[in-house]
Design a protein around this ligand. Structure first.
Ligand SMILES: [Zn+2]
Length: 288
């Protein structure tokens, strides 16, 4: 079930949907321009958000930005007919995707190459049914390397390349006047080309970058927008985990023991499942 929300005076979102791997889409409406954040995973996804924006009387998006190249963020781009901003690596990968004929055979090959995963096939089936021929990939046409600012009249959106484990081309978008930081999937583990993993160096560097914004609201593409306090309380646990992995390496028992102590838990208390799972990702990240 699609869910839409105006999360602040200038920001409208279509929330993430798990069944079809649809990420959150956002429109930042300034006094003279509207920026769209991510294109959606299909034309249907893009059209649903566009209809909501029209209903709300929001100024039509003038330009869009992609947080990274993954299909669920980029396969709806063509539907918008908009100038699309992307980091150079994002643009390079999507240029390659745009030249492919999308069908089961292509998908199987990309899975074998570790470009996408078996999960992608399931999610694409949920979104497209059996008709992968509906996929149209468009190459972004405004390419940047490190930073680019987009001025929307009374609002400024600072787009910054951050990289990380999830996708080497990840970017974040900071809506300065609203204190809202869109993280894309930057803080998620890697999902393609082998077991899911986190590397301590990349993860901790990314957290430093994110914390430095001092944002009031943080938005992850597959989660709900959260306050600074809730975000820090949640992410702090992962930070402690990463530091214990730095300290103990692949000694999983020691990592989990000291993490329990860090969190003020008793030795016999079970850690939350998301943390033991993440510990596994960090262990995978130690394997060269
Ligand atoms: Zn992603």
């Amino acid at each position: 079930m699609s869910e839409f929300e105006r999360i602040s005076e200038h920001i409208y979102v279509m929330h993430a949907e798990r069944e079809t791997d649809r990420p959150l889409l956002a429109a930042v409406a300034g006094s003279s321009r509207t920026l769209l954040i991510d294109g959606g995973n299909s034309s249907a996804h893009a059209a649903a958000f566009r209809e909501y924006l029209e209903q709300e009387g929001v100024r039509k998006p003038d330009v869009m930005v992609l947080t990274h190249h993954h299909w669920d963020h980029s396969f709806g781009v063509a539907e918008w007919s908009l100038p699309a901003i992307a980091q150079r690596q994002t643009a390079d990968i999507l240029r390659g995707f745009a030249g492919l004929e999308w069908n089961e055979e292509t998908l199987s090959r990309l899975i074998a190459e570790g470009v996408v995963s078996e999960q992608t096939r399931n999610d694409m089936r949920a979104e497209y049914g059996s008709n992968l021929g509906l996929i149209r990939v468009e190459e972004p046409n405004i390419v940047f390397e490190r930073f680019i600012d987009v001025h929307l009249g009374d609002l400024t959106c600072e787009i910054r390349y951050v990289g990380g484990d999830h996708a080497a081309d990840s970017c974040v978008v900071y809506v300065k006047e609203e204190g809202t930081l869109f993280l894309g999937d930057a803080l998620a583990p890697s999902v393609y080309g082998g077991p899911m993993k986190y590397t301590t160096g990349k993860f901790l560097a990314l957290l430093d970058t994110v914390f430095a914004y001092g944002a009031d609201v943080l938005v992850e593409s597959h989660g709900r927008p959260v306050s600074r306090e809730d975000f820090y309380n949640d992410v702090r646990r992962y930070e402690l985990l990463a530091r214990q992995v730095l300290r103990h390496g692949s000694d999983r028992e020691a990592v989990l023991r000291d993490l329990r102590a860090d969190l003020g838990m008793a030795a016999e208390e079970a850690l939350p499942e998301d943390l033991t799972e993440a510990a596994g990702y960090f262990m995978n990240g130690l394997v060269k």
